[in-house]
Design a binder for this molecule. Sequence first.
Ligand SMILES: Cc1ncc(COP(=O)(O)O)c(C=O)c1O
Length: 435
Amino acid sequence: MTTPTIRFVCHGCGAIVDAAQALPFRCPHAGAAGDDIDHLLVPVNGPVEEFSAQNDFGPAENPFLRYRSLLSPYRVARRANLSDAAWEEIVGRLDDALIAVDGGGFRVTPMAVQPALGQSIGIEGALWVKDETGNVSGSHKARHLMGAMLYLRVLKAARLPAGERIEARRLAIASCGNAALAAAVIARAANWPLDVFIPPDASPEVVARLKDLGARITVCERDPAEAGDPCFLRFREAVSAGAIPFGVQGSENGLAIEGGRTLAFEMAEAFRSAGQAPDAVFVQVGGGALASALAQGFAMAANVGIITRAPRLVVVQSAGCSPLDRAWQLLGKTELNVAAHHRSRFMWPWESVPASVAHGILDDETYDWLEIVRSMRLSGGNSLVVNEEILIRAHELAWSQTSIHVSATGTAGLAGLLVNPFRGQAAVIFSGVDR
Ligand SMILES: Cc1ncc(COP(=O)(O)O)c(C=O)c1O
């Protein structure tokens, strides 16, 4: 049997990208003048039969080894006749380098029921907390970018056309927080030069660490005449000039979303081991990569039989900046394929940029919004908006009722549970160690 090509499809225009021939990052038709299509490349999953045999994932503790059969970079490698051992070597070498650069590599992160926290927020069922604060660079963001880096490594190892002269191109990301740190750690481990576009008010500690890791930094001032995030605009210019998009906005790098699915696979396996099936996952949303990855990952986990059904996806944004909630309200009963062709009716840059304790979720746009609302509809999910007082309260409760040193951005999903008293079992993701 020949292995099928590993394809990504744009959920807006239907463009197909063969990941061995071209980078499946930005849709090749994105940016066409006058086109109001929501372009975003999503991996076409392999047939369920291909994966269900892998339902027992074996002993590997590194998620990029454990769930290899569910990852398109692995499938690209195998289709290009790289062996399973070659994949293990690629993952293992990067992991060793991550340990040297950041003190740890990728391992399945802990998840546990937190009874005291659950009680203090008044949830009736169990409250599961997945702790990503100990992950590479202190947050889940590194998962997204490890998926992208493994793909780049496979292109080189297999000498595929998509990887031609790729090592001459720098990596680029627009971020001032966890995503930038993740990109810098992984780029350093891979010995690949990185440009980071940051705002003037980026935290000095983060900037110092980025410099320490060898990233080249560009500070981007806001221009009142320009709509949208200036860091993102400068990042776009760098990519147009040849840089490789190494960020976590799905519209710029569809492959980055995929690495984040490993979070859902880990959670699904832990639920199965505990014989439990939470009713909902409450997730903080900024650019949307995390919620999109979780939604896709849980859907796949249900598809291959790890869990019986995907939990309801409840998204949480801050009152100061909630473009996804605005889109969700505007959407009403609109068909998603109609929305995909009229993006600007639903999603546009948030007009003002407020301050918030949850500063990591203040993205002007939810780039990945369509995949998220699709999953919200399918799973019977919902959208919640929380104010600063609630965000602060959630953060305080996380610190007083657990031993996890998580940031206020990382407890914004929990804040959703404070405004939405919940009867069943729920799960949240604590990500971003407090700095
Ligand atoms: C800790 C933490 N949680 C959640 C998010 C939101 O992720 P996304 O931008 O993918 O929606 C971020 C983004 O920076 C983050 O740092």
